[in-house]
Each structure stands twice: as structure tokens, then as C-alpha cells.
Design a protein around this ligand. Structure first.
Ligand SMILES: Nc1nc2c(c(=O)[nH]1)N[C@H]1C(S)=C(S)[C@@H](COP(=O)(O)OP(=O)(O)OC[C@H]3O[C@@H](n4cnc5c(=O)[nH]c(N)nc54)[C@H](O)[C@@H]3O)O[C@H]1N2
Ligand SMILES: Nc1nc2c(c(=O)[nH]1)N[C@H]1C(S)=C(S)[C@@H](COP(=O)(O)OP(=O)(O)OC[C@H]3O[C@@H](n4cnc5c(=O)[nH]c(N)nc54)[C@H](O)[C@@H]3O)O[C@H]1N2
Ligand code: SF4
Ligand SMILES: [Mo]
Length: 756
């Protein structure tokens, strides 16, 4: 007997709707759901391999507990008892800072990851919070915090309506798009050009996205802030700044302050002054600025190559500055703020509290916190360095920092020295192998799905929810229950009913809502409201509550046509909520109630940038890349995805290869601040001169892991080249791109079969 079930794909940020074929409890086929209101049938090779990924025999089926130095299968009760017994005495003896947490990327791809980590942080009370964000998009949060007073208010390019899209350091044709949720990015870019729009891509590599563009600027890595500043300078110098209202710049219906300061800061950064550093001709920069200004609607969009770099926050800020100066911020076809169904309902504008940075500092190096987090690059030293408040216990949820963070060997040693560690992960990976307890979540087919994070970044407002496509195996716990029980263990209440965790979260949220005069439930009884909630588990009930209180919600009866869980369930292909709409000034939380275009910390960063203008080096620098059939460190175990062009090779331009004396397939030794490694060379003119590219997430050759396919395609860990001392200072984000390296030849040409 075969049946089908709908399931939103959790494998990248595009959130495509899939139609799964299910035979005897197994997913045997995945197709794009043609009726999905957002993805309209689009699917990529990763989505198509959903069945293999779901049924990977290396996925853990039961918890593991360390006994006599070895990880052995255990029951759930035993595993949670071991967590509480491992964690609580350390917290009681050394205080809450003794426990740290690392949250990895898939937390934004699971429903549980959206609902429970905040509660876990509350139960732990630790400031040692590390996540993949400081290896990724934290600069954008800081920029948004400063500009709009809300670190989570991230504008996205209005892809379907723009006339000129400028992409900086992103390759959505391979990554699926990031901080810009848009199923079928390739189709949307084709549509842009079909309607006469232009696409410009700034990337040191000629990526598939760059190949689809009208113009590709192969910039020197790490210099995008200079390029964007020169664009700003041209906009002012040539009087191309958007028309003002009563002499003031506006963004949508909001005032913009600080434009004059930005003009003063930009004065030195003429196209001629930055051209050599960027290796982009001054005339190209000038043309770009003029085109952005002339386009009826334009959007600048930056991603990994704009954030995980030396001037990440500055670059992220300049992306929005250009959008604002060209009049495209919060305007259809420009850069707009999505309105998620579980987000905050719009409010009448009012001044907010603003955004504070560096409210506390890391213990060892004194790194400032950003958005409540410390740099992932500082995790190892916090574990290694003795003293009061040393990290002795670590909870890792859906993360693999041994491969994803700088200097994996050092972190690997540090993890081995922890008094206690727990990993919530389906695989026994390079990080989890150090855990004392491993708690495996069920495969995606047995998990519900709701995109709390990506709906706030989607190019169209819509809402979709998938219940588990296959019933949960009898011996399994949902990830929601696993995390709820972790919350209880962290607080020393391991024996309590996990449903109490959701009940408390609901009570707290409803308590806030009924006390808020702006809420549709103001003055009502929270117990009575809670009794209205539907859903099979605590996670579904919380979703119902968030939908009802959200911007499209029924307000618990206030708007009978509004959203509820029941209504979303009645629309299995989703509900379209329309194109993006202007959100300013309602979403602003700045103190002034305006878009604060020139926040003080940015002005200080510009001084650092100015110094960098002079100090250009001509050595080789490293950048990363992503492959369509891969995802960070955890999809190299799927036979259908690994191999072919998805290999861990060092890409190098033919001129650089000739100068070094190495041919395609030869082996080179790569040396960086953090260490060295050997990698096979792939000679290609897709990467510009002076730049080499090695993908991340490889290096699956450590003992004690259980990923048999990945081990056979081990590759090398690029982050071993990086020592973690280079950070974007405001956000604590590691510099992972534009990193200086030195090469020596090991074998000049292919000998036998090259590794990787
Ligand atoms: N050099 C370099 N380094 C990089 C990057 C780069 O571009 N270059 N990119 C950075 C970026 S953007 C990111 S986001 C980080 C990612 O860094 P991490 O989040 O540390 O790494 P991932 O490889 O995404 O690891 C995710 C883990 O989650 C597990 N997992 C998968 N599905 C689930 C699930 O449903 N539940 C749970 N609990 N676990 C699950 C996987 O098995 C895997 O072990 O890497 C960063 N590192
Ligand atoms: N297939 C696949 N999809 C993924 C992932 C994956 O690993 N594989 N990971 C997911 C995650 S966690 C994320 S965060 C997103 C990331 O999504 P993207 O940012 O779109 O992904 P990348 O392919 O890393 O694109 C970054 C581009 O920046 C370029 N670059 C490097 N340095 C610089 C620079 O200094 N300046 C400029 N202008 N460009 C530079 C690189 O050459 C690269 O092409 O992808 C997600 N989707
Ligand atoms: S593009 Fe992303 S969301 Fe869509 S099928 Fe592929 S991996 Fe899944
Ligand atoms: Mo990421």
C-alpha cells in the first residue's frame, strides 16, 4: 500500500513543499508539491533525496550513554537521568556559567528548535551562549539592531517585483537562498530578467548565480564594504539620493536620520580610491551606482560573502544604507520586511528601547556579547582556561562545531576535557563523539514542521504547516519532547511531566498578551484563552497560540476569519498571505523612532575600514563555497548526494596554478594561522586570481564517529586553517572568507586517484 503525504522540506532555507510517497512507513519518493502556495512544485536534488536522508541507516535510533568511556545504547529514562546527574551538580557547585550551550544551524529548520531553546536558556541562566550565527549572519542582526532597533528585522529583496537586484557574496542557485526565503530562486531570477530587470553579482568566483547575471564583478574578497561605500559616495556626489519629503530622506512612511553623517563618512571613499583594493575598475562602480539609482525599483542583497568577513557588520549595514539612499527601503520591489504569521502584530509607531551591544563580555578574551551570544570562535578557550566560571558542561543541539567553527582540532581537544556534555543529534558526528549522552531526534518524516524563522525572511507572506508524515515509532520521542525534558533536567526537575514546560510557556505568553492594551485579548482571562487552544501536543498548542495572537490571527475570536491552527491544517498546501507590504515605521524600535542610518558604532568602524584602504596585501586568500548536493557538515553520508562534482577540492585559477607549478589533481599543502592541511587542486577559471576556494563541513576522518559513507569521502576541514582570532569586532563573527593562506606543492600533478 502506498500513500502520499505533504511535508515542507527542512533541508535549506527555501522551504519547498514536498509530496512524499510513503510505503510501509518509509518515504520512497519525494516530488515537488505543485499545489504548494509558495513553491509551486519546485524541488532540488537534496529535496529529491529526502527518502534516503530520512532512512539513512547511520541515523541513531536510540539514546547513547557513556559507560566506562564508551557510548552505549540506553533507554530514554536512563539517558535523561544521566543528563540531570551530569549537569546539575556542576551547576550547583560552580554556578550557572559552568554550563554552556551551542545551538547549530538545523535549529532554524525544526519546530522544536524554534520553541524550546529560549526556555532552555532560561532554565540554565548561563551567558555562555554560542550558536552558528557567529559563523554566519550575526553581522546582519547587529546592523538591523542598530538601524531599526530590532535585530530580527531583516529586510529581504522583493525578488518578484524588483527591477535591479545586486547580489553580494551569495550564491542562491547552489545554496537555495539565505536570509531570503524563496523557493525556486533560479526561476525567480529568470523572471526578473524576462521582465527586463537586471542582475548584478559581486563574487570572487564565477558561480552559477554569477553566470545567470547581466554583470559579474569578481571582487577581491573582504573588500565589499569599500565597494559599497564608493557606491554611496557616487550617489551623494552625483545627486542620485532618492527624493526627500520636506527636506528629509524617508523609508516608506518612516523618517530616516543620519544621512548627512553618512555623506561625510563616505567622502574619502571615491571609486578611484577603492578600485585597486577591490580590484574593480572605478568606472564599473560608478555605473553600478547610477544603475541602482536609475532603476524604478532596486534591491541590494548580501549573504555569507558579506558577513563572514573582516568588515561583516559594516558591509551588512552598507547594504541597507544603499537601499535607503536609493529610496528602495520598505518599498515594493526594493528591500522589504516580511510579516510572518507567528510574528509580532503591527503596532502604531512609537519610540523603542534601541539596541544595546556588549552588555556583557566573554570571560577569557573579553569579547562583547551580541544579541545575547558570545563568539562561537571563543568556545574552546572558555572550556580550556581554568578559573572561576570556566565552562565545564556543554549542551549541543543540532550542531557540529568541531567542523563548522575555527580551529576544530583545538575545540576537539577542549570537548574531550569537559566534565559533562550532551548532544541532541541524529548522528554520532565529529562533535557528538565527545558527548556523555547523545539524544537522537526522529527523522524528518516523523517530525512536524513549521518555519518560525524563515517565514520572517520570506519574499512572500504565507503560512504552511506539516504534521508528521509518518507516525512516530513507538520507541522514539519527538524532538519537542526531547528538548522539553532537557529543559526540565537543566532546572533539576527531570522527573516532571514535559507537558508542564509547554503549559508554562503558554501561560507566560498569554499572561503578557492579556496585560497588553494593544492586544486583541487585552483584559481577558488567560486560563480561559488557554482552554481554547487546539493541537495534539504542547508544541502544536503553542503554534496555535502564536498564530492566533499573530498579525493574521483570529485573536481568540476577535476576528473570526483570522488564522488558527485548525484553519492552517485545513489548507495543507498552505495559505498565501499576499506580497510583502511596507512595515515602517510600525516595526521600528529605535529610540528616535526613525531609521537611524548612521549609528555611532558604525561610524567608529569606518575608521577601521579607512585604515584597511592602505594596507592591502597581494598574498593568496581563501574563500568557501557551497555545493547544491551538500549542506554544511551533515549531508556527506547520503550516497545520492556525495561524489561527482561535490568534492572537497581546492579551486585555483589557471594562472595561480601555473605560477605555483601545480596541475589539476595535484596535491598542495595549505597553511593558515590555525594550521595546515593537504588538498587536491581543481584548476578552474571560475575562481579569480589571488583567491583559492575550499568548501567547509568536510574532514570526516576522526575516530569514534558513525557516518560510514562520509568517512569514505572524508575530505579535509577547511576551518583548521583558521585560528579564530580574526573576528568582525561588533558581531563576534569569525572571518571565514578572505582569509590569508600560503601554498606549497606536495605533488605537482594527479598521481593515482585523488582523495576527497
Ligand atoms: N569555513 C566555513 N565555515 C563555516 C561556514 C562557511 O561558509 N565556511 N558556514 C557557517 C555556517 S553559515 C553555518 S550555519 C555553520 C553550521 O554549523 P553547525 O550548525 O555547527 O553545523 P551543521 O553541519 O549544520 O551541523 C548540524 C548538525 O545538526 C544535526 N541535525 C540535522 N538535522 C537535525 C534535526 O532535525 N535535529 C537535530 N537535533 N539535529 C539535526 C546534523 O546531524 C549535524 O550534526 O557552519 C559555519 N561554518
Ligand atoms: N547546497 C547547500 N545549500 C546551503 C548550505 C550548504 O552548505 N549547501 N548551507 C546553508 C547555510 S547554513 C547558509 S548560511 C546558506 C548560505 O548561502 P549563500 O551565502 O548563498 O552561500 P554561499 O554559496 O556560501 O555563497 C557565498 C558566496 O560568497 C562568495 N564570497 C566569499 N568571500 C566573498 C567576499 O569577500 N565578497 C563577496 N562579494 N563574495 C564573497 C563565495 O565565493 C560564495 O559564492 O546556504 C544554506 N544552503
Ligand atoms: S531547494 Fe531547499 S527546500 Fe527546496 S527541495 Fe531543495 S533543499 Fe529542499
Ligand atoms: Mo548558515
Amino acid at each position: 500500500m502506498s500513500r502520499t503525504a505533504l511535508r515542507i522540506c527542512p533541508l535549506c532555507e527555501a522551504t519547498c513543499g514536498l509530496t512524499l510517497t510513503i510505503e510501509e512507513g518509509r518515504v520512497t519518493r519525494a516530488r515537488g508539491d505543485g499545489a504548494d502556495v509558495f513553491s509551486h512544485g519546485f524541488i532540488c536534488p537534496k529535496g529529491a533525496s529526502f527518502g534516503q536522508l530520512d532512512a539513512d541507516p547511520d541515523r541513531l535510533r536510540e539514546p547513547l550513554v557513556r559507560r566506562g568511556g564508551r557510548l552505549e545504547p540506553a533507554g530514554w529514562d536512563e539517558a535523561f537521568a544521566a543528563v540531570e546527574a551530569g549537569l546539575r551538580p556542576l551547576i550547583e557547585r560552580y554556578g550557572p556559567q559552568a554550563a554552556a550551550i551551542f545551538l547549530g544551524n538545523p535549529n532554524v529548520h525544526t519546530m522544536a528548535g524554534g520553541l524550546y531553546p529560549p526556555l532552555l536558556l532560561g532554565a540554565l541562566g548561563t551567558r555562555n551562549v554560542f550558536t552558528a550565527s557567529t559563523l554566519d549572519q550575526m553581522p546582519k542582526h547587529v546592523s538591523s539592531g542598530l538601524l531599526y532597533g530590532d535585530a530580527n528585522a531583516i529586510p529581504v529583496p522583493d525578488l518578484d517585483r524588483t527591477d535591479h537586484l545586486l547580489i553580494i557574496g551569495a550564491n542562491p542557485l547552489d545554496s537555495g537562498g539565505s536570509l531570503c526565503t524563496a523557493p525556486d530562486f533560479p526561476g525567480r531570477l529568470r523572471a526578473l530578467r524576462r521582465r527586463g530587470g537586471r542582475l548584478t553579482v559581486v563574487d570572487p568566483r564565477r558561480t552559477r548565480t554569477a553566470e545567470a547575471a547581466d554583470r559579474h564583478l569578481a571582487i577581491r574578497p573582504g573588500t565589499d564594504a569599500l565597494l559599497l561605500f564608493a557606491v554611496v559616495r557616487v550617489l551623494f556626489a552625483e545627486d542620485l539620493v532618492a527624493p526627500e519629503r520636506d527636506g528629509e530622506l524617508v523609508a516608506g512612511a518612516a523618517g530616516v536620520t543620519g544621512a548627512d553623517e553618512v555623506r561625510r563618512l563616505a567622502a574619502d571613499f571615491t571609486p578611484e580610491a577603492v578600485a585597486a583594493a577591490c580590484d574593480v575598475p572605478a568606472e564599473e562602480i560608478r555605473t553600478l551606482a547610477r544603475e541602482l539609482a536609475a532603476a524604478p525599483r532596486a534591491a541590494v542583497y548580501g549573504r555569507i560573502g558579506s558577513t563572514t568577513v573582516e568588515f561583516g557588520t559594516l558591509t551588512s549595514w552598507l547594504v541597507d544604507v544603499v537601499n535607503a539612499l536609493t529610496g528602495n527601503l520598505d518599498r515594493p520591489g526594493g528591500a522589504m520586511f516580511p510579516l510572518s504569521a507567528t510574528g509580532r502584530a503591527p503596532r502604531p509607531p512609537r519610540p523603542g528601547k534601541g539596541f544595546a551591544l556588549g552588555r556583557w563580555r566573554s570571560r577569557v578574551s573579553g569579547h562583547p556579547e551580541a544579541k545575547g551570544e558570545l563568539p562561537a570562535a571563543a568556545l574552546a578557550e572558555e572550556i580550556e582556561t581554568p578559573g572561576e566560571e570556566q565552562v565545564r558542561a556543554l549542551i549541543v543541539i543540532a550542531g557540529n562545531p568541531v567542523l563548522s567553527a575555527p580551529d576544530g582540532d583545538r575545540l576537539d581537544r577542549a570537548l574531550a576535557g569537559l566534565d559533562f556534555m550532551v548532544s541532541v543529534d541524529p548522528y554520532l558526528n565529529e562533535t557528538a563523539r565527545h558527548a556523555h549522552v547523545v539524544l537522537p531526534p526522529p527523522p524528518p518524516s516523523q517530525s512536524p514542521h513549521f518555519d518560525f524563522a524563515f517565514n520572517t525572511l520570506a519574499v512572500r507572506n504565507q503560512v504552511r504547516y506539516s504534521r508528521p508524515a509518518v507516525p512516530l515509532d513507538a520507541d522514539r520521542l519527538s524532538e519537542s519532547e526531547i528538548l522539553a525534558r532537557l529543559v526540565l533536567c537543566a532546572g533539576g526537575h527531570g522527573g516532571a511531566d514535559p507537558a508542564a514546560v509547554d503549559a508554562m510557556a503558554i501561560d507566560a505568553a498569554l499572561g503578557k498578551a492579556v496585560a497588553d492594551p494593544g492586544s486583541p485579548v487585552y483584559g481577558r482571562d488567560r486560563g480561559e484563552l488557554a482552554a481554547h487552544l487546539t493541537g495534539v501536543g504542547g508544541d502544536e498548542r503553542r503554534l496555535d497560540m502564536m498564530l492566533r495572537l499573530g498579525p493574521y490571527g483570529d485573536g481568540f475570536g476577535a476576528d473570526p476569519d483570522g488564522l488558527t491552527l485548525a484553519k492552517v491544517l485545513a489548507h495543507p498546501h498552505g495559505i498565501d498571505l499576499g506580497p510583502l507590504r511596507p512595515q515602517l515605521p510600525g516595526l521600528l524600535r529605535t529610540r528616535s523612532g526613525t531609521v537611524e542610518l548612521c549609528p555611532e558604532p558604525m561610524a567608529a568602524e569606518v575608521e577601521r575600514l579607512r585604515r584597511a584602504l592602505g594596507g592591502r596585501s597581494d598574498g593568496l586568500v581563501l574563500v568557501g563555497r557551497r555545493h547544491l548536493r551538500s549542506n554544511n557538515s551533515w549531508m556527506h553520508n547520503i550516497p545520492a548526494l556525495v561524489g561527482g562534482s561535490n568534492r572537497c577540492t581546492l579551486q585555483m585559477h589557471p594562472e595561480d596554478a601555473a605560477r605555483l607549478g601545480v596541475a589539476d589533481g595535484g596535491l598542495v599543502r595549505v597553511k593558515g594561522d590555525g594550521g595546515e592541511l593537504e588538498a587536491p587542486v581543481e584548476v578552474t577559471d571560475a575562481v579569480r586570481t589571488g583567491v583559492v576556494s575550499l568548501p567547509h563541513g568536510w574532514g570526516h576522518d576522526r575516530p569514534g564517529t558513525r557516518t560510514s559513507v562520509a568517512a569514505a569521502h572524508a575530505g579535509v576541514n577547511v576551518n583548521q586553517l583558521i585560528d579564530g582570532s580574526r573576528l568582525d569586532p561588533l558581531s563576534g563573527t569569525a572571518v571565514l572568507n578572505g582569509y590569508p593562506v600560503q601554498l606549497t606543492v606536495v605533488t605537482p600533478r594527479a598521481t593515482t586517484h585523488s582523495p576527497g
